[in-house]
Design a binder for this molecule. Structure first.
Ligand SMILES: *[C@@H]1O[C@H](CO)[C@@H](O)[C@H](O)[C@H]1NC(C)=O
Length: 436
């Protein structure tokens, strides 16, 4: 299902480089699995909920979706995981009243998984405040140096005014989080928004206007025009043009083109043997293609998911070249900086440590960086960096550990900036590459 294309220049056959994929595709599924205890809500789904959950897990395995976000995965979670066989899956946050019902099932590994509870809820209709609903965040590693920020969401339900006000607050909270934690990154939000474009009080358009996300349904089934007249989908839905509250929204980034190629209600695949539905929601699927940019790329990450997110990629000028590399360190890595020939300087981390710097020649490029991590106060952060240039000169800072990795710019590329998470030291770090 995951296909990867490799572009290998003639030079790379001679000079050993790791051949990172430069384009590929994947697909996703969003499914509200109606897993509240039957005594709270039978969801008007025939049959036994535990049996149905086992069938859902079986179908996740059979159709091998690359990343699946489920909502209302409460009382029958174990039955889904018993029959699903994806390699990466979130640990449940608990059943109804304890957990959010949000889980992710994936063919790809991820970093930085976070669960966030909504600030507001409304019991005007339904019992949304019964359980701590919210959203989850994870940075999915689709391929080497290909990262996409995935959000799973379950917003407040109901159509009383108080419900819509709570839901608008939920959607705004998520939009603001994306603005802070996904600066410069590709994003896919998919889940149960409980919203329709025909419910203006919800302000679901916040993702389009504030975060520059594209709704895959609107793009691929509605000619790019948000619905203005309510359409209700059958379940199972045999058409893809009706609007449901379950949504997929996405954007690419300067380093990665992301394109939605196919939207569908997968309802006919998710049925009991007698043809009955398995959930009161239609599952929705979107196929994506991706391609790394030729002008800016990124490395993988090293270190731990602590501190604030930063990303230089938005500020890197055209035709960048590093002129000065500057680090500060001591027992750990306090800060990293880079000055480009344009004069732009990017600095991250704190003010401690001993400063050291290296000024590059006009034909000298920063081509690789070794990072070492370890734990400090029970949290992983970067302890050491070693930069190497195209002429073999080096600059090191901090204290090496036994847990290290080296990121090398692709052939014909150099390091020109950073992304990651920092506080008064460098918790997590990745490098931005640009052509020589
Ligand atoms: C979407 O992706 C799935 C899984 O790779 C594939 O089976 C299906 O043919 C794709 N659909 C389209 C229309 O590309």
């Amino acid at each position: 299902m995951v296909s990867l294309l490799f572009s290998l220049g003639a030079a790379s056959l001679a000079t050993r480089v790791s051949a990172a994929a430069t384009s590929g595709d994947f697909n996703i599924l969003s499914f509200n699995v109606a897993g509240l205890p039957a005594i709270l809500n039978d969801n008007a789904v025939p049959g036994d909920k535990a049996t149905n959950a086992g069938i859902i897990g079986d179908l996740f395995t059979e159709y091998v979706y690359d990343v699946i976000n489920v909502q209302e995965d409460f009382a029958f979670h174990a039955y889904i995981y018993a029959t699903d066989d994806h390699p990466y899956r979130t640990a449940t946050s608990g059943t109804a009243a304890i957990g959010s019902g949000l889980n992710t099932i994936s063919n790809f590994d991820w970093i930085d998984f976070t669960r966030v509870k909504w600030d507001d809820c409304s019991d005007a209709s339904g019992a949304d405040c019964l359980t701590p609903k919210g959203f989850t965040f994870m940075r999915v590693i689709v391929s080497e140096g290909v990262c996409v920020d995935f959000y799973n969401v379950h917003a407040d339900a109901g159509i009383e005014d108080a419900d819509e006000i709570a839901r608008a607050s939920n959607l705004q909270q998520l939009a603001d989080y994306i603005d802070t934690w996904s600066i410069g990154n590709s994003v896919i939000v998919f889940g149960d928004t409980n919203s329709r474009y025909t419910r203006p009080l919800d302000k679901i358009t916040v993702f389009q206007t504030q975060n520059s996300l594209t709704d895959a349904f609107v793009e691929l089934e509605r000619g790019g025009v948000n619905p203005t007249v309510e359409t209700i989908c059958d379940n199972p839905s045999l058409i893809n043009t009706c609007e449901t509250v379950d949504k997929v929204l996405y954007r690419g980034s300067k380093q990665l083109t992301l394109t939605g190629t196919h939207f569908s209600y997968e309802s006919s695949k998710f049925l009991q043997s007698d043809g009955s539905i398995l959930s009161d929601h239609n599952p929705i699927s979107v196929n994506f293609t991706w391609a790394v940019s030729n002008s800016l790329r990124q490395s993988g990450f090293w270190g731990g998911p602590h501190g604030a997110w930063f990303n230089d990629i938005q500020s890197i000028p055209s035709s960048p070249k590093t002129s000065v590399i500057k680090f500060s360190g001591g027992s750990r890595l306090d800060s990293v900086a880079v000055t480009l020939t344009s004069g732009a300087t990017f600095t991250h981390g704190g003010t401690g440590g001993t400063a050291t710097s290296l000024t590059l020649g006009s034909a000298e490029y920063w081509t690789s960086a070794k990072l070492c991590q370890a734990q400090y106060n029970s949290q992983t952060r970067n302890f050491y960096i070693l930069a190497t240039t195209s002429t073999g000169r080096t600059l090191a800072s901090g204290t090496a550990t036994s847990d290290c990795t080296t990121f090398t710019a692709p052939t014909g590329y150099q390091i020109v900036g950073y992304m990651g998470q920092d506080g008064d030291e460098i918790d997590q770090l990745a490098f931005i590459y640009a052509p020589l």
